[in-house]
Design a protein around this ligand. Structure first.
Ligand code: DSN
Length: 425
């Protein structure tokens, strides 16, 4: 099989106009089909989401909001954006939704611009403990325009210590507390975060980018009743195109809308917004509910089998879509292991672990997750097979022949699980 075996009507023009880009898109398509993709922030969108995202809406400029634009020609765009806003409000049970943020980082920035004054204090989970850059980490502009303080996970359990969070919040009196993570394998107690924020006189922002799909499926606690603002990217467990949304209480709506536009952004990407709309419609179905629960079941099965095979897991397991592995006892370095896995057609990312003695560019951990494999229909038994290959790779990091043999097995295995939206098999 080669990448050009199957004619793709959506890329026929690309092939004609720009064969170089065409070849690489098809190569990536094949790579996504033939690999077990375990990066927890990635997924496969449906073909319908891709079509809407690649539609003529990419031709538009529509600065402003539905009914209040700075451009004429919005008769269709206004209707589309209004539908997407209404779907977001209904799905997440929120009072207001802004669907224009380009991605998660600018969306978090917009929440701060909207709700805070320059120099106010942001309190977020430290990046090496699973937080995100934009939760006030040193390298992020969010720590330059605002003062930032960071809570951490407990040194022994690696769980968030809510007593310490409360202590810090009452001592430091931040203007906003952020709950959310990119590498925390356990559920957030959003109700408690809301209570702590209230007691400290702080706003409460829930960044649910990683877990939005689990929340709408009922597979993770929902922050909407307790948070001033909820930010999510749209492309992770939610399975939409790359973008973001900010949802908030009505009392914050005007400030947040003004922060997004004209504060930080110009014209919204209405093609992406339409793709988000399609994804939200898909996420409102019983099938998606099942999908969200299966993501968690798969992550638990993968974690259990990895533990059985002698891998150390941060917090010992998972409540969500993600597993964070400490490779120290296995005597492999995260970066080398991730590269060996990639050669074996298993894609993951090396990651710091809490209190990591190694540097962030070559840390001790590996972060894996199950949103993509679950989209392909893999179940618990398949997770056990993946864990077995991961174990073999750990034992053969330097043995290219062994890695290539595993890669062939993984490729054959993947053929049993069609990837949505793909034209190669
Ligand atoms: N880069 C994303 C992730 O991989 O978790 C977070 O922004």
């Amino acid at each position: 099989m080669t990448t050009t075996d199957v004619r793709d009507p959506y890329l026929a023009e690309t092939e004609h106009v720009d064969p170089e880009i065409f070849r690489l898109i098809k190569a990536e398509e094949q790579y996504q089909v033939e690999t077990v993709r375990l990066i927890p922030s990635e997924n496969y969108t449906s073909r319908a989401v891709m079509e809407a995202t690649g539609s003529v809406l990419a031709n538009k400029y529509s600065e402003g909001y539905p009914g209040k634009r700075y451009y004429e020609g919005q008769r269709n765009v206004d209707e589309i954006e209004t539908i997407v806003i209404d779907r977001a409000k209904a799905l997440f049970g929120v009072e207001h939704a802004n669907v224009q943020p380009y991605s998660g980082s600018p969306a978090n920035l917009a929440v701060y611009v909207g709700l805070l004054d320059l120099g106010d204090t942001i309190m977020g989970l430290a990046l090496p403990h699973g937080g995100h850059l934009t939760h006030g980490w040193t390298a992020s502009a969010t720590s330059k325009f605002w003062k930032s303080i960071r809570y951490e996970v407990d040194e022994t359990t690696h769980l968030i210590d809510y007593d310490k969070v409360r202590e810090m919040a009452l001592r430091e009196r931040p203007r906003i507390i952020v709950a959310g993570a990119t590498a925390y394998p356990r559920s957030f107690d959003f109700k408690l975060f809301g209570e702590i924020a209230k007691e400290a006189g702080a706003f409460f922002l829930a960044d649910i980018s990683h877990i939005a799909g689990l929340i709408v499926a009922g597979a993770h606690p929902d922050p909407a009743p307790y948070a001033d603002a909820v930010m999510t990217t749209t492309h992770k467990t939610l399975r939409g195109p790359r973008g973001a949304m900010i949802m908030c209480k009505e009392e914050h709506a005007e400030k947040i809308d003004k922060a997004v536009f004209p504060g930080l952004q110009g014209g919204p990407h209405e093609n992406t917004i339409a793709g988000v709309g399609v994804a939200l419609k898909e996420a409102a179905t019983p099938e998606f509910r099942e999908y969200g629960h299966q993501i968690v079941a798969n992550a638990k099965a993968l974690a259990a089998e990895l533990r059985e095979r002698g891998f150390d897991l941060i917090t010992g397991g998972t409540d969500n879509h993600l597993v964070l592995m400490d490779l120290t006892a296995k005597k492999v370095i995260g970066k080398k292991y991730a590269k060996a896995l990639d050669r074996a057609n298993i894609v993951a990312n090396y990651n710091t672990i809490p209190f990591d003695p190694r540097k962030p560019f070559s840390p001790s951990g590996l972060r894996i997750g199950t949103p993509s494999v679950t989209t392909r229909g893999m179940k618990e038994d398949d997770m056990r097979q993946i864990a077995a290959w991961m174990d073999q790779v750990a034992d053969n990091v330097k043995d290219e022949d062994a890695l290539d043999r595993i890669a062939n097995e993984v490729r054959d295995f993947c053929r049993n699980f069609p990837a949505p939206g793909m034209h190669v098999v």
